[in-house]
Design a protein around this ligand. Structure first.
Ligand code: GLA
Length: 764
């Protein structure tokens, strides 16, 4: 019987290795499978006998998915229990719809049916794209689901392209990018929350029936509060090195929403995309709405593996210029704030040069003349060099930096305006405001209306004119220090005011596209009061992000741990700064601060002249060491060894080069756990058959017992090592390098102890 069914039904399974492009012919009444594979994962959909696209499977790669064609579901369709691949309002669907449309004739229903699909494979044979064409049963209304599979990275992306072929306007209510039904016995959601200074705090909870939503309605600084990303653990709480995990992140820097809708049948329906909040979007006839991309992955080996997949994807396609080494930066903000002149900045550059720092970034405060930017109260929008502070101009400073072997960068916040500015006087119509209502300020500033093409030109011109201040500018810190409320646009017509949230972000991205066209080589850092713009939509245009204004190394253990669950270290700005810390008032030893900053894209945030001579020399050495090993941090695999949330009181992590020949181990003591307490860390990600020579970095007098020894990866991963970190704020960095001598374990055993060693081993 099953075989008969199989004969009748048709399976379409195209292996990723085949370069294939074409249509999947479909005969009505037959079921088809559509399979998209990566190296280790499969995504399986089925077109049922009525042409509905169903989701069937997402997980470890299946050798043969064809039994899905006969695997009985048992549940009737009575209650809308079928797992649609992209659910709509209409038919028997009672779940949160991925798509909800009011058609031109007022019809609120949409019932999509499969029309055809196409596949393409990239030249490097690593990325394959599957486009599934769906059509409404009643209206000429079409949806393309675009899936991309990244073979080596075991990662997928998905987005939708929604096309109005009707004779009148349609209104999109929900228009999510991503929809995924998941079936497990229980679901544990890990997600992120936090405001400026507590970004990416990690929280986990078991999902209960009903809907859990993570979202932003702030328009800007959209990753303060929550982040559009998650890790979902199936059948038990999230584990680092085991268990089934689905991880996802939405590539959108505007209002987003991710829903986890646990229905009465135990299915968890995940939908993710632009937040429908006050965002009904009108589509004219023949217009197509392209939703942002959702990136997602699966692992049966826990959070560590899922993070590494996302990092690998980001370093392939998610970040701007992913293959370039990131420089060591000195940013002026915490060192001088608004209070500087040329002499002060030259001293900062001298300090940077003396320590081997590669990039000096002049932060806020360098512009405005009628309304000088001497505090956050005035000047935003007036991007001319302040003549009192910098009479020689930016070029003189940039040349000075160059003469010292340091590159030059500059801060801008081009989407904003202070009421006290020439720009606000000149263009009141450019300000985001609900006409006739009070226009509230935040941080004394208003937001410019990026839906307006004139404003887009202004923002582009701002970037362009700032870059023209010197042809030696190679880095721009792009800030955005408020979110949006009292939304309204003088540009958008009344019936399209609800386009504001979407069109703001689209307007911004249009500007970025123009900037990247003209300035492909400039490093642009995403900053939004710290980590308010940490998302894969923004990162497409940015090499790195400012993780948090909180540079306290203790807080950073939590912030960077959370951030790196989803976003890679190469993009994670981590700066050494003054003590007491400006936010927390904590006084943390320089070594710990330095070690923590080295776990990301290293930088500094202080007047280097304030370093004591005891601090400066080791820091100089540590910077030199960082440069030698940063490729491991920036391009290697992250293995989290102990979470800072763990009650052990430690934070430990490793980076391992892709060839497993070099690795770094970082351990930090965050809490005192008692006299003579000692902790052992099992390393991870090494090659068990390789022997590694161990060397401590950033320590003038290494006293660790393993210093200079060769120890097998096997031992390091099974037994582990025990750096003697007993006191709060002690830390250690170890550099492991595959030893060249090829010595046998017994010989190494002899090297490792000064007394005679006898190893009795029984061979079986
Ligand atoms: C924000 C940023 C800081 C700094 C200031 C300047 O707060 O996060 O790093 O650039 O703005 O005003």
């Amino acid at each position: 019987m099953a075989n008969n069914n199989m004969m009748k039904k048709k399976m379409v399974c195209l292996a990723i290795v085949f370069l294939s492009m074409g249509l999947v012919a479909r005969v009505s009444g037959e079921n088809e499978l559509i399979v998209l594979n990566t190296e280790n994962l499969s995504l399986v959909m089925e077109v049922d006998d009525r042409g509905v696209l169903l989701h069937r499977y997402f997980g470890k790669r299946l050798q043969d998915p064809s039994p899905f064609l006969s695997k009985t579901l048992y549940r009737t369709d009575e209650y809308g229990t079928r797992n649609e691949a992209y659910s709509t309002m209409g038919g028997k669907n009672f779940r949160e719809p991925a798509l909800r449309v009011t058609h031109h004739d007022g019809d609120l229903n949409t019932e999509l049916r499969y029309a055809r699909s196409e596949r393409m494979i990239d030249h490097d044979k690593n990325r394959s794209e599957l486009v599934i064409h769906l059509e409404d049963t009643k209206h000429p209304f079409r949806v393309k689901l675009v899936y991309r599979a990244y073979r080596a990275e075991d990662t997928f992306t998905m987005h939708a392209e929604i096309e109005n072929g009707e004779e009148g306007e349609v209104v999109l209510g929900n228009y999510y990018s991503f929809y995924l039904p998941v079936e497990a016995r229980g679901y544990w959601l890990t997600h992120f929350h936090g405001i400026a200074t507590t970004e990416m705090s990690v929280v986990e909870a078991r999902l209960t029936p009903g809907m859990k939503t993570i979202q932003s309605r702030k328009g800007l600084r959209s990753t303060h509060s929550e982040n559009p990303s998650f890790l979902l653990s199936l059948d038990g709480p999230l584990r680092e090195n085991g268990g089934e995990v689905i991880a996802g992140a939405l590539a959108w820097g505007g209002n987003y929403r991710i829903n986890f809708d646990l229905d009465e049948f135990g299915t968890l329906n995940i939908s993710a995309g632009i937040n429908p909040y006050a965002s009904e979007y009108r589509l004219s006839p023949e217009e197509t709405f392209v939703t942002p991309e959702m990136v997602f992955t699966y692992s049966a080996r826990g959070a560590g593996d899922a993070s590494r997949n996302l990092h690998d994807w980001a370093r392939k396609d998610g970040l701007y210029d992913p293959a370039a080494i990131r420089p060591v930066v000195l940013n002026s903000w915490e060192g001088v704030y608004f209070d500087f002149d040329e002499k002060v900045l030259r001293e900062m550059i001298d300090g940077a040069a003396a320590l081997g720092i590669e990039m000096f970034v002049l932060d806020d405060g360098w512009f405005g003349n009628n309304y000088p930017r001497n505090s956050a109260a005035a000047g935003l929008g007036d991007w001319q060099v302040n003549k009192d502070k910098l009479p020689g101009g930016i070029d003189a400073l940039a040349r000075y930096a160059e003469s010292k072997g340091v590159k030059f960068g500059i801060w801008i916040e081009p989407e904003m305006v202070n009421p006290r500015s020439d720009l606000a006087n000149r263009h009141p119509e450019w300000i985001v405001k609900a006409g006739g209502r009070e226009v509230p300020t935040r941080r004394n500033q208003w937001v410019l209306d990026m839906t307006n093409p004139e404003v887009q030109d202004f923002v582009f011109d701002t970037f362009d004119s700032v870059l023209k201040l010197s042809d030696r500018i190679s880095y721009v810190k792009w800030d955005a220090n408020r979110h949006i409320e009292s939304v309204g646009s003088a540009w958008l017509p009344p019936e399209r005011q609800s386009h504001f949230w979407v069109d703001y972000t689209r307007g911004l991205y249009k500007v970025y596209e123009r900037i990247r066209e003209k300035y492909p080589d400039i490093i642009i850092q995403a900053c939004s009061s710290g980590g308010g713009r940490v998302d894969y939509g923004s990162l497409k245009y940015h090499q790195d992000f400012w993780t948090s204004d909180n540079t306290d190394a203790f807080s950073r253990a939590f912030i960077q741990y959370g951030t790196n669950l989803v976003y890679p270290a190469i993009a994670t700005g981590a700066h050494f700064s003054h003590v007491p810390n400006r936010h927390t008032r904590r006084i943390i030893p320089a070594k710990f601060r330095m070690d923590m900053a080295m776990t990301g894209r290293l930088g500094f945030e202080m007047k280097l002249a304030d370093l004591t001579s005891d601090e400066a020399a080791p820091i100089k050495k540590a910077i030199a060491q960082y440069k030698q090993v940063r490729d491991i941090i920036q391009f290697g695999d992250l293995y989290r060894i102990v979470s800072p949330y763990d009650e052990s009181g430690y934070y430990a992590l490793m980076y391992v080069s892709k060839d497993k020949k070099r690795a770094l181990f970082f351990a930090f003591c965050l809490d005192y756990k008692g006299y003579l307490s000692t902790v052992n860390f099992k390393l991870n990600g090494l090659d068990g058959d390789t022997s590694y020579r161990i060397r401590e970095l950033n320590n003038e007098k290494p006293a660790f017992w393993a210093e200079g020894r060769n120890i097998d990866g096997d031992f390091l991963m099974k037994e582990g090592i025990n750096p003697n970190l007993q006191n709060i704020y002690q830390s250690m960095v170890l550099y492991l390098e595959a030893s060249q001598d090829g010595s046998k374990p017994e010989e190494k055993g002899k090297q490792q102890t000064s007394t005679a060693t006898v190893i009795h081993t029984e061979e079986f």
